[in-house]
Write a protein that binds this ligand. Sequence first.
Ligand SMILES: C[S@@+](CC[C@H](N)C(=O)[O-])C[C@H]1O[C@@H](n2cnc3c(N)ncnc32)[C@H](O)[C@@H]1O
Length: 192
Amino acid sequence: MTFGDNAHAPPAAWDAIQARTAALGFDMPSEAGTGALLRLLAASKPGGRMLELGTGTGLATAWLLHGLDASARLTSVDIDPVVQDVAREHLKDERLRFVLADGLDYVRAQPPGSFDLIFADAWPGKYEGLDETLALLRRGGLYVVDDMLPQSNWPEGHPARVDVLVERLASDPDLTVANLAWASGLIIAARR
Ligand SMILES: C[S@@+](CC[C@H](N)C(=O)[O-])C[C@H]1O[C@@H](n2cnc3c(N)ncnc32)[C@H](O)[C@@H]1O
């Protein structure tokens, strides 16, 4: 292994999910650096409750799942059955639950303080319903977003939305935040 190789020891299903992702033409996949960090963060929460908003085809789901201990649990939510079915097919584990739903509806149905880690990788939880999503974090819980560095698939007007999100998280007195120029650009925030 060379330093910086974060595809080292990937989750067992990761290669197969990548192949399915490419075949589908799914153009919003998380990269290995994001996955490796998510796995590490999930492993730092033994017995924790983790939430992914935006399953996609399950790339980050696979890394998160790889970091869970025996008693931790992961819920992954997506509105699109076609992409989520790839994840359902490749990731069968009793600690993992898939939910086919609108992310914001799901967030609004959860009690506050119910998660130790939230990877917000869909519009809801990131650019919509941010306050409700942050309210789901337990004390010490982590909120993670990627794609904070300019991406080729950003729609017009997106940089301004990113700026608002960066500022909103940085100025929240209940959060401590690290902005990382890592992979596609990550923010990790912890609830104080
Ligand atoms: C950036 S992709 C997720 C990538 C995935 N986490 C990965 O690791 O590759 C965003 C996902 O959000 C889903 N999505 C879009 N709108 C949504 C909504 N309102 N509620 C839930 N999921 C939504 C899309 O179907 C898409 O799969």
